[in-house]
Design a protein around this ligand. Sequence first.
Ligand code: FAD
Length: 407
Amino acid sequence: MTEVDWDPEIDTPATVAVVGGGPIGVEAALYARFLGYFVMLFDSAKVGDSVLCWGDAPMPGTWGQVTSSLGLAALEAQGSVEELPSTEDVCTYRQYVEQYLLPIARTDLLYESVQIHSAVRSISRLGCARDTRIPIERRAEQEFRLLIESRKRGEYSQLADIVLDCTGVSSAHGGMATGTGISIGQRQFGDQYSTGKVDGLGKSRDVYSGKHSLLFGSNWPACANALEFARLASETSGTRLTWVIPKQIGGSGLNLSLPDGAPAELLEQAYTLCGGDNVAIVPIAAWGIESLTRGESGWNVKLQVGEEETLDIACDEVINCAPCGADWSFLDGLSANSISGEVAAGSEGLPSPLTSEPHYYVLGQKGFGAQRICSIADGLSQIQTAFGFIGGRSDLNLYETVKPCGQ
Ligand SMILES: Cc1cc2nc3c(=O)[nH]c(=O)nc-3n(C[C@H](O)[C@H](O)[C@H](O)COP(=O)(O)OP(=O)(O)OC[C@H]3O[C@@H](n4cnc5c(N)ncnc54)[C@H](O)[C@@H]3O)c2cc1C
């Protein structure tokens, strides 16, 4: 087990604040409740929101691989397992959220803990500024103070002994101008376009059906969006997509890129779409978007297609899939850099959930960044490692000891 200069062990009763209600946040909150901690889970949107954007697409793993024995045991205790898929079944993202993540969040174990539409805006430590000279062992004894902006309660603060940062990477989005700079108008109109993967065949179908949309990006969410738009266009007349694929010096043609761990066939399908004769989907390689404005009749976008060449495009909707990074901005009082180069004990090759801030753990996609996919199995392994530190026992593994009947 990794050695640190402070004592990671914290006994119950203690408060664990889980920031982010994606798959890893919900699983981490459940793990903490099983161990007897008091848990608060905050999500700026809703539980499983970022997963739901992938809609009715099949998940990469089987039901057995995307769920945990702990989650299934919690559902069983609640008497709600009869209708669940079997271990070998492949389920869709929507099914996973509706049949697993949400029911877990609604179990007696977590119901009182989950605060949706509650964004964490600031985390600091009582009496310790970021650049303090207070010794780390002493700093580690101080509670965290979180500022929450809640739709229901307005702003309020919450103290916690342990923070599990499970905020993923999807909340932040990047610049669409050349070299990932910010386009003119991007700040002003940033809350009027969509970002990342949209549920174009499900929840947001009506937003894009029969309209001309502009998609910016070359990454996984962009490819997945484009493929869904091709399907939408075949089902609803008038649906069109201009797909702006950013290019760089030295690059030739249309360059798409997926993070490590993403399915290779998606890239293949996206390249086929780009090279095909689908008149509804028009790919354009460009340096970026120089400016964008939104008026009564929709968007006006100025593309920089070459060093000195621009192209004006009018469209109804804009989707920004510019590369995004993890959002660290709410850590205004902490210096929670990941401990670089560390490999979590017992979980070879995974980023350590430990950070330079005592009792502040980063779990799930945020720890991996956007260039490498954190599978749910990876996230569960990190949860086990983190609670090995918190519980003071590296061999602690509730996934081995708590199982639903019959497993
Ligand atoms: C580019 C990319 C594409 C991916 N595509 C796929 C795919 O097709 N299939 C797949 O299985 N996996 C995919 N993944 C991996 C997938 O995102 C992870 O496996 C999984 O969603 C990780 O869960 P998480 O809980 O870490 O983060 P997320 O699921 O992203 O959850 C983070 C949660 O934190 C909340 N949040 C963020 N900031 C705050 C804040 N300040 N306060 C409160 N709440 C906050 C968000 O609302 C969100 O609900 C992809 C990942 C990346 C980076």
